[in-house]
Design a protein. Structure first.
Ligand SMILES: [Zn+2]
Length: 350
């Protein structure tokens, strides 16, 4: 592994502070892909959610998840290796750029990767273990191959020992219709007043002090909650849900809410959530999900308003899950967007 540049003060990789800004309005601005938002989230929040969703719908959603993430990764890498210098690096230092990308995967908590073989313009073979989310990672690899080889990608994955061997070859062009439906647009945000304590050197929130980066294994662990964390683009996650809705109809909305509610009840800790509004507000903001401006928890329900809220279904399902976790009661959940990004959620005990 080449040397990872970290902040001298807090030890967090520079690429995270160079590429993201934790804003006071509950969003994370992604500076590499201008106008887009970052998402810093539990890795299990993706895998568990997708597996809950597959169980309830009886359908595989991997293709949509992978395609959404392929676009996200391709856009990010295009931003990172753009301009004359980037193009030159991709051409002259082709293999070294691949190494750099596998290092990025380790920094972002996507797992441990080794390049096994690079056949320029033909195929790339990678060994990986601790992969954060298989369908998302297949998308990441396809996006990498698109940018590096300028070719559409086909990804084959097989288990080997405790990990996987993944081979990417030239594939068919992605379904144009699906790709264009997964297109994202920058969203406008409202100002907010969330104050982070920040590292004096790199400006990242001191919440990062609680995270342990295992660069070798490619795993980021929250030392307080024990949960594995990862980072990705927000808009693509939103686009994946929008696409699921378009393809599978309205019932999927309820299925996503339920899948998220079940994930939250199973993964989050009751004592943690009992810390109430100040904790939850920071919890959401640090993940880039928005600015919670009101939170009213009662024995028979929960009302909350989140500005700059995204992804709305995950937020609504999360709040319902938190209510059920804290109250031990079942509930219904209604939500609506008051304006472009202000989400109102009403959870009521049954
Ligand atoms: Zn720092």
């Amino acid at each position: 592994m080449s040397k990872i540049k970290v902040c001298a003060e807090c030890g967090v990789p520079k690429i995270l502070s160079d590429g993201n800004k934790w804003e006071s309005n509950g969003s994370i601005s992604a500076t590499v892909t201008e106008g887009k938002r970052g998402f810093f989230y539990e890795a299990g929040g993706f895998t568990q959610l997708f597996s809950n969703l597959e169980k309830s719908t009886g359908m595989s959603i991997d293709r949509i998840v992978s395609e959404g993430n392929r676009k996200n990764s391709a856009e990010y890498l295009q931003g990172l290796f753009s301009g004359f210098k980037g193009t030159l690096a991709r051409t002259l230092f082709h293999n070294r750029v691949y190494e750099r990308i596998t290092d990025l995967g380790k920094i972002f908590g996507y797992g441990h990767f080794e390049m096994l073989e690079i056949r320029r313009g033909i195929s790339v073979t990678v060994y990986g273990r601790n992969i954060y989310c298989i369908p998302m990672f297949i998308g990441d690899l396809a996006g990498t191959f698109n940018v590096m080889e300028d070719l559409p990608a086909k990804v084959d994955i097989r288990e080997e020992g405790t990990g996987y061997v993944i081979t990417v070859t030239e594939g068919e062009k992605p379904e144009e219709e699906l790709t264009s439906r997964l297109q994202t647009a920058p969203t406008r945000t409202k100002p907010g007043d969330i104050a982070y304590k920040r590292c004096p050197a790199c400006g990242l929130p001191t919440e990062f002090d609680d995270l342990f980066f295992d660069f070798e294994e490619g795993v980021i662990t929250d030392k307080v909650t024990g949960r594995r964390m990862t980072t990705t683009g927000m808009e693509q996650i939103v686009a994946i849900f929008r696409e699921l809705e378009a393809e599978l109809g309205e019932d999927i909305v309820q299925a996503i809410l339920d899948a998220q509610r079940l994930y939250v009840k199973g993964a989050l800790d009751r004592e943690e959530m009992e810390q109430g509004y100040p904790y939850l507000r920071r919890f959401l903001a640090f993940r880039g999900m928005g600015n919670m401006v009101s939170y009213d928890l009662r024995s028979d329900g929960l009302d909350a308003v989140v500005e700059n809220a995204t992804p709305t279904l995950l937020l609504a399902g999360m709040l319902q899950g938190i209510f059920e976790l804290l109250s031990d009661r079942e509930s219904t959940c209604e939500y609506r967007l008051r304006d472009e990004g202000t989400l109102e959620v009403a959870v009521n005990a049954l």
